[in-house]
Design a protein around this ligand. Structure first.
Ligand SMILES: *Cc1c(COP(=O)(O)O)cnc(C)c1O
Length: 349
């Protein structure tokens, strides 16, 4: 096959990824620090994320589905992989053949594993107030888990990114369940939960967004490095005259003669229309390039008037500081990463 270079690239820093994991591991105290790599490693590439973090010493990984687990085979020696959505009836062939553990998350799944799991170890999710996945506390403590070999008992915090009373309530509920349900390890904290302090760490933490440079809570501000740097190649440089408009709906009018660069980037790549009008933009050799007009499916224009020598074929770097772009656009830091589409070529350094 001919190697065709993409006009979009996502530069990814393994150094930043590992540095973020080390910070989270330190905050996790004596607990092991794992990694949530669902949704293809939050859009960065689960396989590469796993490889870099495993080399740094991370041993526990979490995906959402068995398809995601299958894509990570074969696992390196000593790596543990858990499938957060458990084992539905349709998952049983995968769950018995792929060397990963289901995180059983309902009474039905527990019964299924007791009958068909061949005594293999599993993880179990208990619900302490999120009401998404997991056994109710009374289900978990009422004997339904008898006979299972539980490697990790998990629960998930609903409001860890806020100073919410719910955090303390979930912590207390999880501790109470842990008094009754025997497991080799206990795990409650996601990224924001790691920032809540040692009480929340138990034996194993499960950060996701913070690994990838997202700031889950104020405590982490300034501690985490940007990992993903999206870039787009300039397709065309245009001189637009004063009074002319750019793009669909003619929403932007040139107030002066303007140098416009048009890039191969659009909402089909996860660069959504809501970036327009937020002060979003890009950079070329240190010059700011404000976004101009509407974002369309595969084209976005930027004002390069202050970057005189910019040329067709040059790469521009999108402003993609997760915290500030999230605040300006209304998209969550998670959406900003997981939305980045398959037309980006991913380059790790
Ligand atoms: C996604 C997820 C995580 C990681 O959450 P972040 O907020 O990205 O740190 C941890 N645990 C469970 C169960 C999850 O679904």
């Amino acid at each position: 096959m001919i190697a065709v270079p993409s006009p979009l690239r996502l530069r990814l820093s393994s150094e930043a990824l590992v540095s973020n994991w080390r910070w989270l591991a330190k905050q996790s105290g004596s607990a092991a620090c794992g990694a949530a790599i669902k949704a293809d490693g939050y859009g960065l590439g689960a396989r590469a994320v796993m490889r870099h973090l495993a080399a740094a010493g991370c041993r526990d990984f979490f995906v959402a589905t068995w398809a995601e687990a299958a894509a990570l085979m074969p696992l390196l020696e000593g790596i543990s992989l858990s499938v957060l959505h458990g084992a539905g009836a349709a998952d049983m062939v995968a769950a018995r053949t792929i060397p990963a553990r289901p995180v059983l998350c309902s009474i039905e799944q527990v019964r299924r594993w007791q009958q068909m799991g061949e005594g293999r170890p599993c993880d179990v999710m208990v619900d302490t107030g999120m009401n998404r996945l997991g056994l109710r506390p009374e289900e978990a403590t009422g004997g339904a888990l008898d006979g299972l070999t539980i490697e990790t008992l998990l629960s998930h915090l609903a409001s860890a990114d806020e100073d919410s009373e719910q955090n303390v309530r979930q912590l207390a509920a999880f501790c109470a369940i842990g008094q009754v349900v025997r497991a080799r390890r206990y795990s409650l904290a996601n990224s924001a939960g790691v920032c809540l302090g040692a009480d929340y760490a138990f034996d194993l933490t499960r950060p996701g967004i913070a690994l990838y440079g997202g700031t889950p809570r104020a405590e982490a501000a300034g501690q985490l490095c940007q990992v993903a740097f999206p870039e787009a190649r300039i397709l065309q440089v245009r001189s637009v005259r004063e009074g002319e408009t750019v793009g669909y709906g003619a929403t932007w009018t040139a107030r002066r003669a303007t140098l416009i660069v048009v890039t191969n980037l659009g909402y089909a790549d996860g660069y959504l229309r809501c970036h327009a009008g937020t002060g979003a933009g890009a950079r070329w050799q240190g010059h700011a390039l404000p976004l101009v007009g509407r974002v369309s499916m595969d084209l976005t224009a930027f004002d390069a008037s202050d970057a005189g020598a910019v040329d067709e074929g040059d790469w521009i770097a999108l402003d993609y500081d997760l915290q500030s772009v999230s605040a300006a656009s209304g998209l969550s830091q998670y959406e900003l990463l997981t939305g980045l589409g398959s037309r980006f070529e991913r380059y790790w350094s």
